[in-house]
Write a protein that binds this ligand. Structure first.
Ligand SMILES: Cc1cc2nc3c(=O)[nH]c(=O)nc-3n(C[C@H](O)[C@H](O)[C@H](O)COP(=O)(O)O)c2cc1C
Length: 208
């Protein structure tokens, strides 16, 4: 599966980088260079964050390195089964407190912004990013010397789009395709009061 196979039923015009992005579980075996990884991290570096606290902390490793194996080891078994083929693995952590020692309620949000910026930069390079919540976060904390003031929230598998479905366990081969399902805008965006729209019958509603 390559990026040219994507069909997303977008209702309004969006940039091709966004339209073509998806989260595959197979990757080409073309290596991702350290320079490319640095570009991705740089894109994240310029993400907006609450008070410019930049609470994200990233661990990264290239396949074949000790760090890569240590990241792989803290993923849950399901994610290990496919992420072990990715040329690059990362962990996304955040600092839970602000410089005054108070809880930073927006730190997870800001890690998400970092990951989104990194993902768009990756897409620009033809590199796919598959984020994961399925990791043993307490193990990750100790494995990589974080203190209790940090939370390891996500992992990311990265590599050029490509690879074969046969690289995957059988159960994952069946579901390896871009997701076309999305909520309609009317289900999450309100030009006025919020209203609970879960369960709306989409076919009977206007497109947006
Ligand atoms: C924070 C986060 C956690 C996720 N956790 C996992 C995971 O543990 N394992 C997995 O296979 N995919 C995981 N995903 C991928 C999502 O399932 C995927 O992004 C979603 O189905 C939409 O598909 P798309 O990214 O191809 O558009 C995660 C994505 C995000 C953003």
């Amino acid at each position: 599966m390559t990026i040219t196979n994507i069909h997303k039923d977008t209702k309004f015009d969006i940039h091709p980088l966004l339209k073509e992005r998806w989260s595959p579980r197979t990757f080409s075996n073309i290596p991702v260079s350290e320079t490319e990884i640095r570009s991705l991290l740089e894109a994240g570096r310029w993400a907006p964050s609450c008070n410019n606290f930049q609470p994200w902390r990233i661990i990264w490793g290239i396949k074949g390195s000790d760090t890569y194996e240590r990241i792989l080891n803290v993923l849950v078994e399901f994610n290990q089964s496919w992420a072990k083929n990715a040329p690059v693995l990362m962990l996304g952590a955040f600092k839970k407190t602000n410089p005054n020692g108070e809880e930073n309620f927006h730190a997870l949000h800001d890690l998400g912004a970092f990951s989104a910026m990194l993902t768009v930069q990756a897409q620009h390079l033809g590199i796919a990013v598959h984020q994961m919540a399925g990791l043993k976060f307490k193990d990750a904390l100790t494995e990589f010397n974080f203190t209790e003031d940090y939370h390891v929230a996500t992992a990311l598998a990265l590599g050029y789009y490509g690879g074969e479905k046969s690289d995957l366990p059988e159960n994952l081969q069946k579901i390896e395709s871009p997701k076309s399902e999305r909520k309609l805008q009317r289900e999450f965006a309100f030009n006025g009061n919020f209203s609970e729209t879960e369960g709306v019958q989409r076919k009977k509603q206007p497109l947006n």
